[in-house]
Design a protein around this ligand. Sequence first.
Ligand code: ASP
Length: 429
Amino acid sequence: MTLTGKILWGMGAGLVLGALIKWIGQTDLFPPGFFQIIDTYLVSGLFLLVGKIFIASLKLLVVPLVFVSLVCGAGSLGDSSKLGSIGLKTIGLYLLTTATAIMLAVLVANLVDPGVGINMAEGGSFVAKESPPFINVLINIFPSNPIRAMAEGNMLQVIVFAILLGVAVARSGEPGARIIQFFTDFNEVIMTLVTMLMRLAPYGVFCLMVQLFAKQGIGVIGDLALYFFTVIFVLLLHGFGTYAILLKFVGRLSPIDFYRKMRATMLFAFSTASSNATIPVTLRTVEYRLGVKNSIASFTVPLGATINMDGTAIMQGVATVFIAQAFNIDISLTGYLMVIVTATLASIGTAGVPGVGLITLAMVLQQVGLPVEGIALIIGVDRLLDMVRTAVNVTGDSTVSCLVAKSEGEFYHDIFDDCDAGEVVSEHS
Ligand code: ASP
């Protein structure tokens, strides 16, 4: 069985067991202490432990992998004008896809009207956390201390440092060549570690799913069904529509092959709800399965996981329309333009970790004068949506990586065309 198949099994089994545990907690068919024991020793014990270790083992690779891989990438490009063109194309495409995502979200939400009929005169209680001013986001890109940047996992700063170092390495002649050789070898070793840890995924995913569904049943969707399914619909539309069109007509690549190779990565993103923790897996897939050269992928993937959040922007677009309708507030056409601009910026400022999209939503709501307490309305279903939107975020990063690589001639067609290239096979299957 392939790794994807095993992860799917883990996911399904986790969902069923989680739902069963939740049911045990609600029924009185069992002795009173029974649920308590399961909850303490399994859900908040063993499954919590394995789930947390699984996520930590992915996260532990993020900083070393991004740093080493990007020094190799920038070092092998050498030419800083090429670096500039890659940077511009990547950021341009990231902005374009995000803006398209919100436009789709606002359009569909206005057709479906998910918030009409929910009367929110009484108001909820939600205290918004301060989201950082955008100017700080820009200032913070430049590290004053690279070690601190790495220790804090500040991805943009690590990216800037690695690029500078890579460019310097490329210009340093003989000593630079020695350094690049070392980093290339190091990169290979870390990738082997990524492959090793990916094999643990079915068990990790199983534990994460049990925990989630033991605590949160599908029942939470309840009154929010229309909102929930509108977000899911736009996520699917963008994830399988917009990207497929871009791949087919701009990249001249087969979307079917692309999605087939992306399956495992999407499942990782789905179950961790973190683009950041998924970076090692995304980078491996984009390079070894899709054929993007390291010189492009090492830059586009970590940058995308940090600033490109199409799925998050979609949730924010639909949520804005939903909250406006629930509070009976009209948003004008200029209001919607503001939503598109701020949600694009908000998604840049959203870190690739679980749940942050909901915090930066406050920024979008405030911008168009909507009550931030509205977030209380949708918080119940956000965890489930977070999982799906993270999968879209990561798919967006991978799509753009392929497009940039193709246009720069840094793409291995033979890898893309080979269905088995880079497939992780279980050691004992
Ligand atoms: N969890 C998302 C991600 O990591 C961010 C968010 O929308 O909250 O991509």
